[in-house]
Design a binder for this molecule. Sequence first.
Ligand SMILES: [Zn+2]
Length: 211
Amino acid sequence: MAYRTTLDFDFDEPLHCSDCDWRGPAGDAMDFFDALIDVRCPSCDKKLGGLYMFPTADEVRREAAAGNPRAIVELGSVEKQDERLHRAQAAELSQLGQLRDVPGRRSFIVRWDLEEHDDDKWVILRVRRREIGRELGYWEGLERFRAVAELLARRYPGRVRELRPDSGEATTYLLGDRLAWCDGIEKINAQTFPPSTSVRLAEPVLRLLRR
Ligand SMILES: [Zn+2]
């Protein structure tokens, strides 16, 4: 293997920092990044060990087959995650025909609701409380948000004003821990549903006429 994975990480390995004299088990010196663990002194940040990547599903399977006890423990959750991923991919909205008609010609806001059904998280798209489509939710699923926004723009040309997460939970689920994404929802909306002058002028005018 070109690099080590966390399956090889020995949490109990005694470490000593020559700079600040910290002593402790490797498990106390783990620095977590996106897809790896770095081993650094918890007191002065000196590098004490190598990098450990989180294993892929295939690596866990291979190591489990080879008898690695930690891989055997992780195998169950890996298979579960894999199965969920396949189910979510199969449920992704990708065809215009999967989105229901919205009668009339008026523009509208599409709500992105996050709901628990059948022990799983679903994204339910609604227009004026009526469901127009659904798919399984992804943690940190901002890329799906973009893909769905683009599908909506093609399905209802010129009519969608905004795709809006309907709760704090829906927003948290989209952005996760990614601070860099904080304005991602606004950006995707601005790029996918640019406000056209006709919509902006027509709506207030129509409202006045209806009075
Ligand atoms: Zn140190």
